[in-house]
Design a protein around this ligand. Structure first.
Ligand SMILES: *[C@@H]1O[C@H](CO)[C@@H](O)[C@H](O)[C@H]1NC(C)=O
Ligand SMILES: *[C@@H]1O[C@H](CO)[C@@H](O)[C@H](O)[C@H]1NC(C)=O
Length: 461
């Protein structure tokens, strides 16, 4: 567990419906000067005024326009100008990185100050933009606040430099505070597979969490206590001495290898050689490609179309047999259209129409699409929904089982997405009265789902 000291709320948080993370937002106390800042209590408001809000007050529109640089400023104000100048003169560029960051006896600001900034490798155009932002902030502090009233010009420059450093540090060290997306249609059914499972509520900085290395297939899940304390839990059993990996953003289950590598090089300046990246380089295709795959006529294995090639002759990943996939490609497009038509039907409440067309799509899909193709998974999900609406729960359960297989494969057995599928299944089983086996299956599914969600669920009290 690691405690936050520097935090920036997302701008939209105050108007969003999923406020559960911050109980205080429901009973907030407004700043009596500007109406924009809200606090949990009067005491908190007074404290914030002392520390940073006196400088922000009335200028939040400007500050929100600079994004993460606003957090850089908040770090500076929270630490206090005097501490900042002192740390700068003590540490300068000579930072004992690891020792400081992990050292709980160091003040939080020193730990943040010790984080990597990558200034030496930052592309000039990025550096230019961040410098401009830092000077804008210094100008703002000089003209609109009294922060620099008793300062030497030299100190003002130092503060400007520190702001620039913090901006660069935050680009690669800021941590998202998230909440499980409250999915309003989840009451019953939704195509969870296309939705973001977690939403960003705030950005904050946790120096010790920053020390975790990246893997595109991480072995941890993060959650938050009262939106402040970061709790990191492993999602699988690990051997003693194994490394804990965080994912810095690009995840093997969401993006192709090339895209992930590009993202990590641009934002974090390293070339990822995690197990997933190595494996995908060896295989010649990415994990996510499997979910676009067609079905091999011989062994039902995945055939991954290569759009860069002109030929329709492609080999199966499992048995290696080459096959002309033109017909299958066309079938795949047809399924695509069917899904979109069926979605419209469902939205209009025309369940019977949706069911009819989806049943056709399912037939085509079963023959031509790989069993984990995302369109196939989505069709199963929709079919489950149709049957549930029509009251045929046994059929609904059959299709939910199929879409669950897809979701488990795609997002993993400890994912929020899979937990939701389990919830869906247990809801349906609850509706099927009678069979004893159903009752047991329901309990198992519910417990499994709860166990997964516990990894991600924030604690607010
Ligand atoms: C991160 O990786 C580096 C290089 O492989 C290693 O030296 C370091 O110990 C790792 N950090 C953690 C926290 O495991
Ligand atoms: C990397 O991906 C994240 C989302 O995963 C995005 O917010 C960020 O802007 C991307 N960075 C670059 C440099 O593409």
């Amino acid at each position: 567990m690691t405690q936050v000291h520097f935090l920036l709320l997302a701008h939209w948080v105050l108007s969003h419906k999923t406020l559960d993370l911050f109980i205080f937002l429901r009973y907030y106390h407004r700043c009596c000067h500007c109406s924009q800042a809200k606090f949990c209590s009067e005491g908190c408001s007074l404290k914030a005024w002392e520390i940073y809000h006196q400088y922000e007050c009335g200028n939040l529109d400007l500050l929100q326009s600079v994004g993460i640089a606003h957090l850089a400023l908040k770090v500076l104000l929270t630490a206090g100008k005097d501490q900042v100048l002192k740390v700068c003169s003590t540490w300068g560029e000579e930072i004992i990185r690891d020792k400081n960051i992990f050292n709980k006896d160091q003040p939080p600001y020193t730990r943040v100050y010790s984080l990597l900034d990558h200034i030496d490798v930052m592309p000039p155009e990025d550096m230019f933009q961040y410098s401009l932002t830092a000077s804008l902030l210094v100008n703002f502090l000089m003209k609109r606040t009294n922060l620099f009233n008793d300062c030497l010009l030299e100190d003002v420059y130092t503060v400007g430099g520190v702001l620039l450093k913090h901006i660069c540090q935050l680009i690669c060290n800021a941590h998202a505070i998230t909440s499980i997306a409250a999915d309003h249609h989840l009451q019953f059914f939704s195509v969870t597979t296309t939705q973001e499972s977690q939403i960003r509520i705030a950005s904050a900085i946790y120096p010790s969490a920053s020390m975790m290395n990246h893997s595109c297939d991480p072995n941890i899940a993060s959650s938050f206590i009262q939106g402040r304390t970061l709790v990191v839990r492993v999602t699988t059993d690990l051997n003693k001495g194994s490394q804990i990996f965080n994912c810095y953003g690009p995840h093997v289950r969401r993006l192709r290898r090339e895209t992930r590598q590009e993202n990590l090089t641009q934002q974090y300046f390293f070339e990822c050689d995690c197990n997933s990246c190595e494996k995908e380089a060896e295989d010649g295709f990415s994990f996510v490609d499997t979910f676009q795959a067609l079905q091999c006529s011989k062994c039902s294995g995945p055939i991954i179309p290569d759009v860069t090639k002109q030929s329709f002759l492609v080999n199966c990943q499992d048995c290696g047999k080459f096959e002309d996939i033109e017909v299958k490609m066309r079938a795949s497009l047809q399924v695509d259209q069917i899904i979109s038509v069926a979605s419209n039907f469902l939205e209009e409440g025309r369940t019977a129409n949706a069911l009819e067309i989806l049943s056709q799509g399912y037939k085509i899909g079963s023959q031509h699409l790989f069993k984990y193709n995302s369109d196939y998974g989505q069709m199963c999900d929709m079919l489950g929904r149709c049957y549930a609406v029509l009251g045929n729960f046994d059929e609904a359960i059959h299709y939910v089982h199929e879409s669950m297989n897809y979701v488990e494969q795609r997002f993993g057995e400890t994912s929020i997405e899979y937990a939701r599928e389990l919830r869906k299944l247990s809801d349906l089983l609850k509706l099927c009265t009678g069979a004893k086996s159903h009752e047991q299956a329901m309990i198992i599914a519910m417990e499994k789902s709860d166990r997964i969600l516990k990894l991600y669920e924030n604690e607010n009290s």
